[in-house]
Design a protein around this ligand. Structure first.
Ligand code: PMP
Length: 406
């Protein structure tokens, strides 16, 4: 095999050049992402290269990714329906399970209906471009997730960047767009919870502006669902379920599985079912994923136990890191950044944490602004106090050793 690859070259010299030059450049700047495959489930403790680490990097907020009830539901669904849905939703890939999941999602989000997609990323690409087009404009928070940005681009609508959570800027830009008379439809789009800082969108104020200028309202609550509003999400947290047109969610974070969804009015969902391209042209979610997601929603609706545990652990870790003297920013959710600043120092900090037994990935430019490099901690409901205490003592040791802590 190695011998065969040795003489391997790309058909296009131009492509070969392009790849080689750019990959070399990324590697020389330390910006080439090295991926460490896990040898265990993505639980509170993970194994990488034979080493056990306390895991503070997953989005598995409620620990459901390894919950026995979800695993059993997935196994039973695979036994009954097989491992693949067999077709796109509109041909014959819609199993009764998909319909059941969508009913559950609508109830969970307090909306009339819901539509499931293969991922949250896919969902933003699908939903924005199904409604917005080149005659329209989208007011988009500058820190919105990459999938929102790509969905906006795909729609060909004019993208108007709004300063992060700046309501005056939003109002001024909405007014200008409305008064210009250039656009047929206007949309305001925001993350519910911003994943790099853990801050929450100012939805009541955004809704006020939306009402003033007749904006379509779109909230991507990937990091708020299961976390805010006693689990139901950011929109419910603010009591705005009837004011937000699109409630986007993912099944991959608090729900612990994979997939994405839009919850909203029946006619909106009907439209997405006939116009959103990943629904029409990409194979449906697998039976196991759907069944596990249904089990997760049932668990969230039956009790707030996991939600409460997540907050307890989040508050505990935050308090501990703050008391040690770390800059933890202004998070309003369990997401807890440790802001280091310098990119190289951030990478070194994360590396030393790893060596000592904590997996907390460094997040640097371009994911966050230059000079605001951080290690982002995501405590989950599955962590024990002992794990968090152990992580805190490692943070203290490495922080002092590197001169980050006095
Ligand atoms: N939206 C936001 C705000 C996200 O953080 C993410 C995941 N990082 C997504 C969408 C994409 O979700 P998924 O992983 O389900 O594709």
């Amino acid at each position: 095999m190695v011998e065969m690859l040795e003489g391997f070259s790309l058909a296009s010299k131009t492509l070969e050049h392009f790849l080689h030059e750019n990959l070399t450049d990324l590697k020389s700047k330390g910006l080439y992402n090295v991926i460490d495959p896990l040898q265990s489930a993505n639980g509170p403790v993970i194994t990488i290269s034979g080493k056990k680490l306390i895991n503070l990097s997953s989005n598995n907020y409620l620990g459901l990714a390894t919950d026995q009830r979800l695993i059993e539901a997935a196994v039973a669904a695979a036994q009954k329906y097989g491992v693949g849905a067999g077709a796109v939703r509109t041909i014959n890939g819609t199993l009764e399970l998909h319909t059941k999941l969508e009913e559950k999602l609508a109830a969970f989000k307090h909306t009339e209906a819901a539509i499931a997609y293969q991922s949250g990323f896919n969902c933003n690409m699908a939903a924005i471009s199904a409604v917005m087009d080149k005659d329209d404009a989208i007011l988009s928070d500058e820190l919105n997730h990459a999938s929102i940005i790509d969905g906006c681009r795909l729609s060909r609508a004019q993208i108007i960047r709004v300063n992060h959570s700046d309501i005056d800027d939003l109002r001024a830009k909405a007014k200008e767009a409305k008064e210009s008379g250039k656009y047929k439809k206007l949309m305001v789009i925001t993350d519910g919870v911003f994943s790099m800082d853990g801050d929450v969108a100012k939805l009541p104020e955004i809704v006020e502006v939306a009402e003033e200028f007749d904006l379509i309202t779109y909230v991507d609550d990937a990091h708020g669902s299961g976390v805010l509003g006693k689990g139901a999400g950011t929109v419910k947290h603010f009591g705005l379920s009837d004011k937000i047109d699109f409630q986007i969610g993912t099944l991959s974070k608090a729900i612990g599985v994979v997939g994405g969804y839009v919850a909203g009015r029946q006619e909106l969902i009907d439209w997405l079912k006939v116009r959103s391209r990943p629904f029409l042209f990409s194979t449906a979610l697998t039976p196991a994923d759907v069944a596990a997601s249904i089990a997760a929603i049932d668990i969230l609706q039956a009790s707030t136990e996991l939600h409460d545990k997540l907050w307890e652990n989040g508050n505990y870790l935050k308090k501990g890191l703050k008391e040690l003297g770390f800059n933890i920013g202004h998070s309003e959710t369990p997401i807890t950044p440790c802001i280091i600043g310098d990119e190289q120092q951030t990478q070194e900090f994360s590396k030393r944490l790893y060596e000592e037994g904590v997996y907390a990935k460094a997040i640097v430019f371009p994911t966050v602004a230059k000079g605001t490099g951080r290690v982002r901690n995501m405590p989950t409901a599955a962590h024990t106090k002992e794990m968090l205490d152990q992580a805190l003592s490692i943070y203290e040791k490495v922080g002092k050793e590197m001169g980050i802590l006095k």
